[in-house]
Write a protein that binds this ligand. Structure first.
Ligand SMILES: [Zn+2]
Length: 284
């Protein structure tokens, strides 16, 4: 009756791996798109810079991939050694210093921003890209200082500045020191303006809190990716304060564009030619 009973466990029919195990590893190879709910091969999504190949929904992109997308080739990074000194000795569910170390190991970044100088369509630019994975892309002393130094470099070398934001806002664990960065960067951008050099702000999902309240909205051009959450306070806080229901699509890029808060909404894969064109306009 061997045709009736199974003579070998099913997994023994699978090819043997080097360590002698017979398993097919599929974990993490496939993802479900939040836009169309379809299953996508992770490699396909990554090759498309996290834009869904089926419906065009934009997932979040890390800072290094962002620089790879927007800059021509190899680029130079700056201030990679800067780390926070934990000025308040802050402790929430765990000490801030421990949280920083864990984040640095998990992301291989020193803080939530990579500051780079490279070419965009042949033109030298200073580009800062934020990374949402690092404590929610929050802005503390390191992010502030890196941007301030990027502004200084832009003035010194007479290059445009582009900042790609992805941030939950100012970093709570550094309190007032984080808030101070807003003023410091805004003052720097004023000097950039006086030097008649362009600053383009690119807002990606999400850009909120102190980042929106300072540099993300101070660009000569403020452009956003489709569907990005952009705001200062969250919708729940606003609803509770004004005691009114918020309109559909509130705080998304398209809504802000319609109400004059943004200059353009540009899909991620068209962003580089758009920036190149804009820079040509500002500095022919
Ligand atoms: Zn999709």
């Amino acid at each position: 009756m061997s045709w009736f009973k199974r003579d070998k466990p099913a997994d023994e029919k699978l090819p043997k791996l080097e360590n002698g195990e017979r398993k097919i590893r599929t974990e993490g190879l496939w993802l479900k798109c939040d836009g169309c709910r379809q299953i996508i091969w992770k490699k396909d999504l990554e090759a498309n810079f996290n834009v869904c190949p089926k419906c065009g929904a934009h997932s979040r992109l890390d800072a290094a991939s962002r620089l790879k997308l927007l800059l021509d080739g190899p680029y130079e990074t700056f201030d990679q050694h800067l780390t926070s000194s934990d000025p308040l000795g802050f402790v929430d569910s765990k000490p801030y210093s421990q949280r920083l170390r864990a984040m640095q190991e998990a992301t291989n970044l020193s803080d939530a921003l990579i500051s780079a100088c490279g070419k965009l369509d042949g033109r030298t630019v200073q580009m800062c890209a934020m990374d949402i994975r690092f404590i929610g892309g929050s802005m503390g002393s390191v992010v502030g200082e890196k941007i301030a130094r990027a502004i200084d470099r832009a003035i010194q070398l007479r290059t445009p500045l582009i900042i790609v934001s992805a941030s939950g806002g100012a970093r709570m664990q550094e309190g007032a020191v984080s808030l101070m960065q807003m003023a410091k960067i805004s003052a720097g951008l004023m000097r950039l303006d006086e030097a008649r050099l362009p600053f383009i702000s690119v807002l990606t999902d999400p850009t909120t809190g102190g980042v929106t309240a300072s540099y993300a909205m101070l660009g000569d051009l403020n452009i956003a990716e489709p569907g990005a959450l952009i705001g200062f306070a969250g919708p729940r806080v606003i609803e509770q304060t004004i005691r009114q229901k918020l309109p559909e699509g509130f705080q998304r890029s398209e809504f802000l564009l319609k109400h004059g808060m943004l200059d353009a909404v540009v899909p991620r894969l068209e962003l580089k030619p758009y920036l190149a064109q804009a820079l040509k306009f500002f500095a022919p």
